[in-house]
Design a protein around this ligand. Structure first.
Ligand SMILES: [Mg+2]
Length: 300
């Protein structure tokens, strides 16, 4: 009996040590790259995002019941249908910077700053280039999507999970149709999608502009209250939520970082995980869609 308090203290100290170790491990790492602040992911290790970690790991079936009446499943493409750690979008990112550098005849660093500035201000770098420099969108889109798609690996499990969802499925991307078709083909999920809504279909007006979601809805006769949208950028889920969609934010995978891969992104991209317009957060699209399928799939 006398030893109880000591043992409890020891246990408490051990917990405390574990906690401190974890806290150190979780500390938010910032690195400066060309004057920008980048954040080391995954979010689950960030003490700022404890709520996000909670959301990532707990999706009880009763919560997923909100998907029961969904008939249109809308997926963003880049960093959503394929994981961010495949770094495919990093290739596009580099091509966009090269394009800006060539067209505006600026230095590497200036091109990078212009690219990111337009991306943030106008939704895409293309939108900024068109508005401020009247570039030819077709020329831009062809150039920046001319990349190596082989880092995207076939994902049969994702295909199975998507196939189980009842209703129609769409890809809704700020990129080009050709790029989306190549990615879907690499993943092996092309057959599951009714159509692709790309930046040309959006009349070159990117998400998160409200008119672009409306254009999508009109084109496919989607009833927003019966739709769900998957995205890796929180800001692109704001309009969908406001018009009645269920919203799911995809964040970089914890597994990726644990396997020694590091993913960096700009701080503003990582914002908004706890925003009211985000219904669910997950770092594994396949697992999440599978869990939704368990709840909503028509039983044979
Ligand atoms: Mg994306």
């Amino acid at each position: 009996m006398i030893r109880w308090p000591g043992r409890r203290r020891t246990a408490a100290r051990a917990r405390s040590r574990r906690f401190r170790v974890i806290r150190r491990d979780q500390s938010r790492v910032k690195r400066t790259n060309r004057g920008e602040t980048l954040t080391r992911t995954p979010y689950i290790r960030s003490p700022m995002c404890a709520q996000t970690a909670e959301k990532l790991n707990h999706h009880p079936p009763e919560d997923l019941a909100v998907f029961a009446d969904v008939e249109a499943w809308i997926f963003d493409l880049d960093n959503t249908l394929y994981p961010r750690h495949s770094n495919l979008f990093a290739q596009i990112d580099g091509k966009i910077r090269d394009y800006v550098k060539q067209v505006l005849k600026v230095s590497h660093e200036e091109a990078h700053n212009i690219q990111k500035g337009y991306y943030r201000r106008y939704g895409t770098t293309l939108a900024g280039l068109m508005r401020e420099h009247e570039v030819d969108p077709d020329d831009f889109l062809e150039f920046v999507h001319d990349i190596d798609h082989t880092p995207v690996k076939p994902d049969p499990a994702l295909g199975v999970a998507i196939a189980r969802l009842p209703g129609r499925k769409f890809i809704f991307t700020n990129g080009s149709r050709v790029h989306a078709e190549k990615v879907a083909a690499r993943l092996g999920v092309s057959d599951h999608f009714e159509d692709i809504f790309d930046i040309a279909a959006a009349d070159l007006v990117p998400k998160p502009e409200r008119e672009t979601y409306q254009r999508f809805i009109n084109r496919f006769d989607v009833f927003p209250q019966q739709a769900a949208m998957f995205e890796d950028l929180s800001r692109n889920l704001s309009v969908p939520k406001s018009i009645g969609m269920r919203t799911i934010l995809i964040v970089p995978q914890v597994l990726g970082a644990e396997a020694g891969r590091e993913v960096f992104q700009q701080d503003w991209e990582a914002e908004g995980h706890d925003a009211a317009h985000v219904d669910f957060v997950t770092d594994d699209l396949t697992v999440f869609v599978g869990a939704v399928g368990d709840v909503v799939a028509v039983q044979p």
